[in-house]
Design a binder for this molecule. Structure first.
Ligand SMILES: [Zn+2]
Length: 325
């Protein structure tokens, strides 16, 4: 039987903490003896997914990760999670190039579990999926805005250590932290770049703060979100001049209220096209946001924001900007 999709897709921005289906998360919690806050499956669902009809605050959205990260905080949890994310991407959406990201230090129960075991288990889960399905996958190791420079340094060391085994890049994310300074991690980014890793960073999502410095000081080739550059001509010019590709996550931005509604989303997409800034379409975490890469593309097409040729162009940009070689 042939599949019903027009062409294969690439996804660059998917958090493992938001990409594992709830039923797998539920049974992972149980198989590891983790006491979930909610004893009923349906209540549990509310703690790890966004209801599109009841948008969360940006902080409320990030809080959902506390539960998924806890359940994934073991080698077994990460192996099963990575296996399900990669294989699900191929089966559900015919994604054949997938970059998925996670912070191993938010999966080790505050140092109780060994980081190398967590990372290797994730790689094993990813590789098992690539044996089952014709998909190429890579891991992006995330730094965190809440972490000390030393913690972030350890993460970059691990990313470099596993660069020939499936780690393809680094990213920084997590809740805003007034103490976070882009310059504190600039050297780490330079070190990762010289080791051949790809560079991306969350910026320009809920605020445009730090967007310029992230582009200028971290030397990233991609930005996670970046939508707050719209309305700021100097930031748009910077993105274009540096050839930075944006990783857009439309439903995520709508669900967290970062983008107020579809008309604002349409304005953002139109501005990026007019300003000739390259952008890609992503889910941010399909299960948590109850979406899929195909649905994200349909949202933009049905909303009259992108036509078929432009959607194909976005896929082309994703392939060009991918850290997978
Ligand atoms: Zn993200």
């Amino acid at each position: 039987m042939a599949h019903a999709f027009d062409y294969e897709l690439t996804e660059l921005h998917s958090h493992i903490g938001g990409a594992v289906s709830p039923e797998i998360m539920w049974s992972l919690a149980h198989s590891q003896g983790i006491k979930t806050k909610n004893r009923d499956y349906w209540e549990f669902l509310e703690t790890i997914t966004v209801n599109p009809l009841q948008p969360k605050s940006f902080e409320g959205y990030l809080k959902l990760f506390d539960t998924t990260e806890l359940i994934q905080s073991s080698p077994e949890g990460m192996e099963e999670s990575a296996l399900s994310v990669v294989s699900g991407a191929y089966r559900k959406n015919l994604i054949t190039r997938l970059e998925m990201r996670f912070n191993p230090m938010l999966r080790n129960r505050n140092g109780e579990r060994d980081l190398d075991h967590i990372i290797l288990a994730t790689i094993r889960g990813m590789e098992r999926a690539t044996l089952e399905y014709p998909i190429r996958a890579g891991l992006i190791i995330m730094l965190d805005r809440r972490f000390s420079p030393r913690q972030n340094e350890v993460l970059v060391e691990k990313a470099i250590k596993y660069r020939h085994r499936g780690v393809v890049g680094i990213d920084v994310g997590g809740p805003q932290n007034p103490a976070y300074k882009v310059e504190d991690i600039a050297e780490l980014y330079a070190k990762a770049a010289s080791a051949g890793l790809g560079l991306t960073a969350h910026a320009g999502e809920e605020t445009s703060d730090n967007l310029a410095s992230t582009i200028e000081e971290l030397g990233v080739s991609r930005i996670g979100h970046g939508v707050k550059a719209v309305g700021r001509p100097e930031l748009l010019a910077l993105l274009r001049d540096k050839g930075v590709t944006l990783e857009l996550c439309p439903s995520s931005n709508l669900s967290t209220g970062v983008v107020s509604d579809k008309s604002e989303l349409a304005k953002i997409v139109k501005t990026l096209l007019d300003e000739e800034i390259k952008f890609t379409i992503n889910t941010d975490g399909p299960e948590m946001l109850q979406t899929s890469l195909r649905k994200e593309r349909a949202l933009l097409k049905d909303g009259g924001m992108l036509d078929d040729d432009q959607l194909l162009q976005c896929e082309q940009w994703a392939r060009e900007a991918s850290f997978l070689r």
